[in-house]
Write a new protein. Structure first.
Length: 574
């Protein structure tokens, strides 16, 4: 009828859309084919640049075309050697691409790679300034501020431009004040603050006055949105301690075992060509061969050498052992007095810097206040796991031994609030318990450590137990003995009764180990012809007693005869 608008049917609309898609597809395929032909013929010209721009505008994920554009860029720049900034068309196209491509699709990885390449090649103040503006203006769109490629690209731009760290810190303030739930901005602050306000005595940390201001800033985020994890993670970084410097922490010499053991503050590899660990005996350099307890080429906190007594003055009234590492920067000395067969010198584990930061009076007061505030928040938000975990960390920072019982109670509350991460919390709890017992052992000045009935699920800090002779791990929840147990080179007696241990892999190359009790565990016989899972025990030359009562291996027929072949000098109790 006249005067009435004709409405297209659904079928007609679909047909029109289909034809439009076919037309676009044909155009796309034609352009792709043309680009490939031009590249095959070596025609790296401005037309190639235009064609790739059109295709990438529709589909920016074609990495091959970005690579072609790099070739065009290099070719046109070669043709314009007299222009210090490169081809003007390329430069203009580049800046246009930077300002529009990321905004069109910020999660296209190839674009960031291309922009890095072109910025590296142009590298002039004008271009860098323009690129820096484009990169920074991108973050006006806060939906992209958590995208890690954007942040990586931003740091790259800042590094190559004149932007100061102070300006970047102010930028994170802007983002955080707009939206506390911005983990990337919090993380960026942890990288900027040590550059702007470095603590000269603690590597990787910030000055105390700045640190106290950061506590206040994060506290506002806590109470604004207690369930957002970003600020809580940043707060955990604030509570962290300085990076531990590489140094020799322990030197142990045994005359009767003919052994010298060196302990380091962190894993090192003394076998590298750039490294050198030198031993002096009575002031004279003594050649020795170093190896870690696992006899591998990898990094380790403990290194061992055979102390050849031949040629040494065993009857001397005093013998001095002196180890030098890192070109003489780190060293340790121990003295063997008459009538003794062993000697050692080590840094005490009671040092404030070992497991926590040293606190000033002002910082202690602030952290105590923070602890009370977090406890108040926890009363309001009883199921907030981040708040409970932070309470635990604050108590560890203030005084781990004084808050020991209260910390364990909060772990129970934490596991009830987040049962899915019970395993992680159990391991963290085990770590703190071991740290506390190491401190108690050092205060008592003994070489025995009792970790029984602690509900431990994992073992750590075994490098701090290098001098321990007796260790009791009974009645815990251990499923294995870690390979790091081999660092306990002085260990003589080990009790691991009533656990869930299925392998003795960690009991490897322990030269002083004499007695091992593994009653009521889950040790099986993996090989019919030989109990191969017990083979590590054969590397312990002084082992004389092995108790395997209550293990599934005891139910295997003729297993004892097999064990006698494996461990002929060991009394096996089954």
């Amino acid at each position: 009828q006249h005067g009435r608008i004709k409405v297209k049917t659904t079928e007609e609309q679909q047909e029109v859309k289909r034809k439009e898609r076919e037309k676009k597809l044909q155009l796309y395929l034609t352009c792709i084919s043309t680009v490939f032909k031009k590249r095959q013929n070596g025609e790296l010209d401005q037309e190639m640049l235009e064609l790739t721009s059109q295709i990438l505008g529709v589909n920016p994920d074609v990495a091959t075309l970005w690579n072609y554009r790099r070739e065009v860029f290099l070719e046109l720049r070669k043709e314009n050697k007299n222009s210090p900034s490169g081809h003007p068309v390329i430069r203009g196209r580049f800046l246009q691409t930077v300002s529009s491509s990321i905004e069109f699709n910020p999660r296209t990885y190839s674009r960031f790679s291309q922009n890095r390449f072109q910025l590296h090649k142009i590298g002039k103040p004008g271009a860098v300034t323009a690129l820096n503006y484009c990169a920074i203006s991108l973050f006006a769109n806060f939906s992209f501020v958590t995208f890690f490629h954007c942040w990586d690209y931003r740091r790259f731009v800042v590094q190559r431009s004149a932007v100061l760290p102070v300006e970047e810190l102010a930028y994170t303030n802007k983002l955080i004040s707009t939206n506390f739930s911005n983990y990337s901005s919090w993380h960026y602050r942890s990288k900027l603050l040590p550059l702007i306000h470095p603590d000269m005595e603690r590597k990787g940390r910030v000055t105390e006055d700045v640190l106290l201001k950061e506590y206040e800033m994060v506290q506002n985020a806590f109470f604004t949105d207690p369930n957002d994890q970003s600020a809580w993670f940043y707060y955990r970084w604030l509570l962290g301690r300085a990076e531990q410097e590489e140094s020799i922490t322990c030197l142990y010499a045994s005359w009767d075992m003919g052994q010298l053991v060196v302990g380091f503050s962190r894993p090192v590899n003394v076998l590298l060509e750039s490294s050198e660990l030198v031993l002096f005996v009575d002031g004279r350099p003594t050649p020795v061969k170093w190896q870690n307890p696992r006899k591998t080429q990898s990094y380790s906190c403990v290194w061992v050498s055979v102390l050849r007594t031949v040629g040494l003055q065993s009857g001397a009234p005093i013998m001095t052992f002196f180890c030098v590492w890192g070109g003489g920067q780190y060293n340790k000395e121990c003295i063997l007095y008459p009538g003794r067969t062993e000697t050692w010198c080590r840094d005490s584990a009671t040092d404030e810097q070992l497991f926590r930061c040293e606190l000033s009076v002002e910082k202690t007061t602030v952290l105590q206040s923070e602890l009370e505030l977090c406890k108040q928040l926890q009363e309001i938000e009883p199921q907030n796991k981040w708040c409970i975990l932070t309470i635990i960390l604050l108590m560890r920072s203030l005084d781990p031994l004084a808050y020991e019982k209260e910390t364990l109670l909060y772990f129970d509350t934490l596991k009830a609030a987040d049962p899915m991460r019970t395993a992680y919390f159990n391991d963290l709890r085990s770590k703190f318990i071991i740290e506390n017992n190491i401190l108690k052992m050092e205060y008592a000045e003994v070489r025995v450590i009792d970790l029984s009935k602690k509900d431990l699920t994992s073992l750590c800090h075994l490098d701090q137990l290098l001098l321990v002779t007796h260790m009791n791990l009974s009645a815990n929840q251990l499923k294995s003995l870690p390979v790091s147990l081999s660092m306990m080179q002085c260990l003589e007696v080990l009790e691991v009764d009533d656990n869930e241990v299925a392998s003795v892999e960690g009991l490897y190359n322990l030269p002083r180990l004499e007695e091992v009790s593994l009653r009521n565990n889950r040790i099986l016989l993996l090989s019919i012809c030989r109990p191969s899972d017990l083979c590590p025990l054969a590397t312990c030359p002084k082992l004389s007693i092995l108790n395997l009562q209550g293990n599934p291996i005891c139910d295997v027929i003729d297993v004892q005869s097999e064990l006698v072949l494996l461990l002929p000098n060991v009394e096996i109790i089954m």
